[in-house]
Structures are given as structure tokens and as C-alpha cells.
Design a binder for this molecule. Structure first.
Ligand code: SF4
Ligand code: SF4
Length: 390
């Protein structure tokens, strides 16, 4: 369990650990795109040292300083290369927390916060229709709430509501039904996990949705929670224990871990897929949660699938530009960041690219469409549902 500390003393201690080596400069996708020193993690820390050294701290916030912090995609690449082992994610969130307290926050983040507060989801949809992705499932809605379930499923806002992505929970539900596994979908009892607010350093509302989600899981007595969205899992894994002031006592897994276990046990088998295929590691699943092998194990168990790695993979994977709501704050930058990843996918000569995050799935789909590529983009759940033979 990581401690979240956004106090001046913690930010001060962390910021002055920086040795200004610049290793983070090389890997930051925002700097790579913008090309200005002010966009490097190193320079952000340097500017922060100045702000913390003034009295009172954060008295005069240069507009460019605030802008650079809100452009961070939360990709975590800087953390992995920092020789001073700085807790940079806490630092970035802590600075945003201080900026938000002083009103230096993009209106899009404020609007998201309001939608989550009032509606329980990022789209301001009625939360009661969270399971409408399953309308076509035989036996809906009872089929989503079986007696004595083996697992509970947390879908997340994006795949619950976004039309392009509702095929992800649908695919996972179809696999569970085909294998005879009783899976309980939280549906209307699920609230936004709070991730868009957590990355913005916004504590109060994210703590409130965490409390509601935890209370519901405890009320239902569910012990194993399977996540379809890596960002939701990351919030539950890294932030909910902090809010809870202790471990949750619930087993939390990403659905690729769950499916990989079913493959290992021989419960999940696939028809052949004779296509050259690659995998894009989502930042939240990979660098944040360290889940690299389960998606690959699933793909490598598919007969005749020719698996190839992208030039940057696993911990060295490139960000797709979809993290930390950047597409809402600065769409041009988000589109610019995705470009490098699309070029790698095209260069790999694949027919299919799969990923395991709704946000990445959406970014790659639109990106490859925009460049008129015929490469098929799928979430692993979608590919698995298409090929399952049990
Ligand atoms: S998390 Fe990613 S985008 Fe943010 S500063 Fe670090 S490398 Fe740059
Ligand atoms: S890699 Fe770490 S120590 Fe080096 S400049 Fe970046 S933040 Fe500072």
C-alpha cells in the first residue's frame, strides 16, 4: 500500500531529491511531442523547487507551469528511469492537487468531477443504465446477477457506456456464459472508480466514490473482483487501500489474469486464428500494475496465431496518448502522442493489434482509421469471445 501525501513537506522532500540528470527527458511522451524544455519532467521539478522555495509556496503560479502538469498522461515512464527513485506519480498528483486548490485546473476536469459527483459516472448518464451493453444477452438482466457467483465483475465507465467499447463487457459475459462460470456484474451498483479524479490529485470526490464502491462489494459479500478496465483496477489496487486505511480483504484481478488462469487450467480453449498479431501494453496495466505476461499467455495459447512484439514493449511500451483525460484537455497533443505508437504498429506488419484497455482500444481504432490502415484493432476479451471453443 502506497502512502498518498500531497503536503508541502512531502512535495519539498521529493522535489529536492532530484539530481537534474535528465534521464526522464528522453522517455517523456509529452516532451517528445512538444520539444520544449518546460515540458520535461526534469524542468517541471526544477520549477516546482522554485515554487516551493517562495513564501507562501505556490504564491505565483506561472501559467505555463500549470499547463505542463495537466498535460502529463500519467504514463509512468519517468518513474522507471529515475535513478533517484523519486515517487514521481505522487509528486505529479500532489502538484495537481495544489494547483486545483488554487483554481489552476482545466474546466474539463472540473466538469468531469461534477458529472461523477452528480451521476456516478464520467458521462452524466443515468447510472441505472450501466448494464445496457448487455441488452442483447439472452436472459438479460437476470443473467448478470446469478445466485452464488464465482466472481464479481467491475466494468468501468468507459466500456459501460461508450458505444465503440460496449463490446468488451459483452464479450467477457459471453465467455463466462459459454464456460458456465457464474459472474455477477455490478451494473447500476457500480460507481466511477474515481481514476480521472485520482490522477488529477482530487481527493474528496474520489474518496467518496471509493467508499460507495467498497460498501457495495462488502454488502454483497463478494470476495473476488475481476476488472475489465486497468485504470479501475489501478485505483482499487493503489488508492482504495489508502482511503480504507488498510488492505481491502478482496482479491482484485484484471480480466486477462483471470482468463490466463482459465487457459492454464484447460477450461478456456480457442479456435485457430492464423493471423500475424501484436499486443499493445496499456500504461495502467503494464507500468502501473506490472501485468505483462497474462495477456501474452492468452495470445500464445491461440492456435496458429503468429505473435510479434512491437519495437517498444512491456515496461518500455509507448503511451497511446489516452491517459489522464489528456484527449479532453489537449486533444492535439493526445493525437500527436499516439502517432509514434501507430507508426510502430504499422511497421510491425501485423494484421491485428490487440490491447487490454478500453481507452487504448479506442485511441488505436480511431488512429488506424485516420491513417486508412486495414489493421484490425481488438480488445483481448473480444478476440477471446470470437474464438472460444469450449
Ligand atoms: S508520467 Fe509520462 S507524461 Fe507524465 S511526466 Fe512522466 S513520462 Fe511524462
Ligand atoms: S530522472 Fe529523476 S532525478 Fe533525473 S531529472 Fe528526472 S526526475 Fe530528476
Amino acid at each position: 500500500m502506497k502512502n498518498k501525501d500531497y503536503s508541502f513537506s512531502k512535495l519539498h522532500a521529493e522535489a529536492f531529491t532530484c539530481i537534474q540528470c535528465g534521464y526522464c527527458r528522453r522517455v517523456c511522451p509529452v516532451y517528445q511531442k512538444i520539444g520544449r524544455e518546460s515540458a520535461t519532467p526534469r524542468n517541471k521539478v526544477y520549477q516546482l523547487q522554485n515554487l516551493l522555495s517562495s513564501y507562501p509556496p505556490f504564491a505565483n503560479i506561472p501559467p505555463e507551469f500549470a499547463e505542463r502538469f495537466w498535460q502529463c498522461t500519467h504514463c509512468r515512464r519517468c518513474v522507471d528511469v529515475c535513478p533517484a527513485h523519486m515517487d514521481l506519480m505522487n509528486l505529479w498528483q500532489g502538484v495537481k492537487h495544489q494547483l486545483a486548490k488554487r483554481g489552476a485546473v482545466p474546466k474539463q476536469i472540473m466538469a468531469t468531477k461534477q458529472r461523477i459527483k452528480e451521476h456516478g459516472n464520467i458521462f452524466a448518464n443515468p447510472n441505472e443504465v450501466r448494464s445496457y451493453w448487455a441488452l442483447s444477452l439472452p436472459g438479460y438482466p437476470e443473467v448478470l446477477r446469478p445466485q452464488d457467483p464465482e466472481i464479481a465483475v467491475f466494468v468501468g465507465c468507459v466500456a459501460s457506456f461508450y458505444p465503440l467499447l460496449v463490446t468488451i463487457p459483452l464479450a467477457f459475459a459471453q465467455i463466462m456464459l459459454k464456460l458456465g462460470i457464474k459472474a455477477y456484474f455490478l451494473g447500476a451498483d457500480e460507481y466511477c472508480c474515481g481514476h480521472p479524479l485520482i490522477t488529477a490529485g482530487e481527493v474528496a470526490v474520489s474518496r467518496e466514490v471509493a467508499r460507495k464502491n467498497l460498501a457495495k462489494i462488502r454488502e454483497l459479500g463478494l470476495e473476488k473482483l475481476v476488472f475489465l478496465c486497468p485504470s479501475c483496477l489501478s485505483s482499487w489496487h493503489e488508492d482504495y487501500p489508502v482511503y480504507n486505511q488498510g488492505e481491502l480483504g478482496i482479491t482484485l484481478v484484471h480480466y486477462t489474469e483471470y482468463l490466463a488462469d482459465l487457459v492454464r487450467e484447460g477450461r478456456l480453449q480457442f479456435a485457430p486464428y492464423p493471423h500475424r498479431t501484436t499486443y499493445h501494453d496499456p500504461c495502467d496495466l503494464g507500468r502501473h500494475l506490472g501485468i505483462y505476461d497474462p495477456p501474452r499467455r492468452i495470445l500464445q495459447s491461440i492456435p496458429e496465431l503468429e505473435f510479434v512484439e512491437l519495437a517498444n514493449n512491456r515496461a518500455d511500451s509507448l503511451c497511446c496518448g489516452g491517459g489522464a483525460s489528456l484527449h479532453m484537455i489537449d486533444q492535439e497533443l493526445a493525437l500527436g502522442i499516439r502517432h509514434a505508437r501507430l507508426e510502430q504498429i504499422k511497421a510491425s506488419g501485423v494484421e491485428t493489434v490487440v490491447t487490454a484497455c478500453g481507452e487504448c482500444r479506442q485511441v488505436l481504432t480511431f488512429g488506424l482509421q485516420d491513417v486508412k490502415s486495414a489493421i484490425r484493432v481488438l480488445d483481448i476479451a473480444e478476440l477471446a469471445a470470437e474464438l472460444v471453443v469450449n
